[in-house]
Design a protein around this ligand. Structure first.
Ligand SMILES: [Zn+2]
Length: 91
């Protein structure tokens, strides 16, 4: 049985292993509800890095929240766009 989660980003059309959910208000500013975007494409549309306060309380964000919290404590002012989950998989 395949026990992995993959989804195709609607913008870059690459399969990713993980995704995040933004707060509804923020998501509505960059996308339509049915559209799925990867972390990097979300940040591209926002034109900035995602922060903890951007994430919805959905369980899917649990890992992202832990990682972002630690990254923000380590370097709260960095402008570098990163993929903390290394979500990119082969096309
Ligand atoms: Zn993408």
């Amino acid at each position: 049985m395949k026990n992995t989660y993959n989804f195709m980003c609607k913008q870059c059309e690459i399969n990713h292993r993980a995704s995040i959910m933004l707060n509804d208000d923020l998501w509505a500013t960059i996308s339509v509800k049915e559209e799925g975007l990867c972390l990097l494409c979300i940040e591209q549309r926002l034109n900035r890095r995602i922060t903890m306060k951007d994430l919805s309380p959905a369980p899917i964000n649990q890992t992202a929240r832990i990682i972002l919290e630690r990254l923000e404590k380590l370097n709260p002012k960095t402008e570098e766009t990163i993929d903390p989950f290394n979500t990119l998989v082969e096309k």
